[in-house]
Write a protein that binds this ligand. Structure first.
Ligand code: 1GP
Length: 231
């Protein structure tokens, strides 16, 4: 199942805690995106996650859950992504919550459907940065070192440069991609136009679009085409 990640060029991230009309959801699911990721930094519950999964399951698009709340661990997704926030100040987000989840479910977990993501959170104003107390004051060399460590030392299959809410430094994203030997580089943050989607597609392996779905679904749909054209 991890092999599906290697094919991803474009992913939409849907937040179970935000409203989306059936019509908008249908257009997102039929957009040609490679996957729909379900996840959010706050307000994610079992009920709103299960509701969203059921709605997405009307369509064929692969649907993966990014697990940030143990209570919201809903079965039935194609894949479960487990964030490990490499630059978290609060160690709960590095090995704390994960250890608790494995303590609870470890014996019955089907590991072939589970993949860790090495997050590096770089927008200090994002909810994710606040929740994890991320150290976002990182030099280029710091970021490179986290990326190499995740890729070579821990062999994480995904590295996620997270700028959620703001468009990041594409030069840095490119540098990180250049260092990776195994991992897939996901970029997310502030993509609000096809042009930014294209820039991110040039810098990372996979582009993640979140907020724009809720702000302007038309433009969000246009990012799929922009990324595919770039490829
Ligand atoms: C959030 O990286 C994603 O986790 C996408 O970011 O919401 O800013 O598009 P945006």
């Amino acid at each position: 199942m991890h092999s599906m990640i290697e094919q991803w060029r474009h992913v939409f991230k849907l937040d179970p805690d935000r409203e989306l009309s059936d019509e908008a959801l249908e257009r997102i699911c039929l957009s040609g995106t490679d996957a729909v990721m379900v996840g959010g930094s706050s307000g994610v519950t079992f009920d709103n996650t299960v509701d969203l999964l059921a709605r997405i399951r009307r369509y064929e698009v692969p649907c993966v859950l990014e697990v940030s709340e143990q209570e919201a661990l809903v079965p039935g997704f194609d894949l479960f992504l487990i964030p490990v926030v490499l630059n978290a100040g609060d160690k709960e987000w590095i090995v704390g919550r994960q250890q608790q989840a494995v303590k609870e479910y470890g014996a019955v977990m089907d590991w072939q459907y589970i993949a860790p993501e090495g997050y590096i959170i770089l927008n200090p104003d994002s909810t994710a940065a606040r929740v994890t107390e991320a150290d976002t004051q990182l030099s280029v060399r710091d970021v490179e070192a986290f990326a190499r460590m995740a890729d070579q030392l821990f062999r994480l299959p995904i590295i996620y440069l997270e700028y959620s809410g703001t468009f990041g430094d594409m030069e840095l994203v490119k540098r990180v991609k250049g260092l990776l030997k195994h991992a897939r580089l996901l970029y997310g943050g502030g993509i609000d136009s096809p042009d930014k989607a294209k820039q991110a597609a040039a810098a990372a392996h996979t582009v993640v679009v979140g907020n724009l779905i809720y702000d302007d679904v038309e433009r969000a749909l246009a990012t799929v085409q922009a990324v595919k054209e770039y490829v």
